[in-house]
Design a protein around this ligand. Sequence first.
Ligand code: DP6
Length: 374
Amino acid sequence: MQAEVVADRLVYIFRFIYCGLYLSVWKERIGGVVPVAATMRGAEHVTLQAVRARAHPNVALVKYWGKRDLHLNLPAVGSISLTLGGLYTEVTIQPSKANRDEYRSNGRLVEGAPLSGLGRFLDLFRALSGRQERLSIEAKSNFPVAAGLASSASTYAALTVALAALYGIRLSKEQLSALARQGSGSACRSIWGGFVEWRRGERPDGSDSFASRLVSPPDWPITVIVAITDFQPKHTVSRDGMRQSETSPFYPAWVASQVDDLDEARRAIGAGDLERLGSVAERNCLKMHAVAFTARPPLVYWRPATLAAVETVWKLRAAGVPAYFTIDAGPQVKVLCRTQDRATVQGALAATPGVRKVILCHPGGDAQLVEGFH
Ligand code: DP6
């Protein structure tokens, strides 16, 4: 046998062993998504084409707050959200001209911890595809980022859809959701439009922890109005806030009472019952922030205008307008109301001292590729 033929066969055998090894290692890491690199042999010579995807942020009505596994980003509790149309992040990915991953968010070069986090996320897809190129990523959001408006959710959901397309990996929405979860937990919900539930899951490998869509009455006329009270990025990112909150004496009660809130919200959504949904959303939000307030050291995401907006909502309700607030890890207030009341609610929030801007959102759709982009 000629030396080249032997060398060729050896390379083939080593590749086979490599694929087998990483099939077993990565099956656990990516939460039940079976790597496809073994089926893509030869595809590494195809030049990657630029892709673009878009996803909406979501507002949590029953909140994810606390983790049961930091490494796999598994939640301590299930959560339910509504995807917000009108707001979106668009992510464009292409092979990097430099020999490293590059990331720009709204035109600014991102470095440090957020870039390392992104690099680890890209590695999941590099392992899935068997390709090693460094990538250039450009994210553009049409709303303030890192300010409690779930920009990490829309960014990682769009990234997930774009990366699967870039590498030509066919995945179900549940698999996309399980992958997005590892970039940022709330991103697993932004893969879907409408009302979405992320199940906590029980398995240690996270394979049962992904989001799926909840059934709600078709064309339920519901609107979310976002009251921006501060444009600055939040002082404590959710990941750190969650860890800090575990020190609260109320944290175990928060986790234990989540099952009932999820059940209540699921029933309210199924029945199209705004009052029931809004009531549980407000209760759940206040519980989450009570846990944060009572952490050591205390964690306060609210600004004076946050409380002022909450009082506006309560006044509206006292005047007969069914409006309900929720607040994520930041100072902005999101108000759920009937579409027919949107002008009244918008006007009342805009007139609240300290409210800087008011944004109207309707329920948004699934994360998807931006077609025809090249
Ligand atoms: C308060 O999804 O941003 O908005 O998984 O650490 O990236 P990581 O956290 P992230 O947390 C969101 C927290 C929340 C509630 C929610 O969206 O359910």
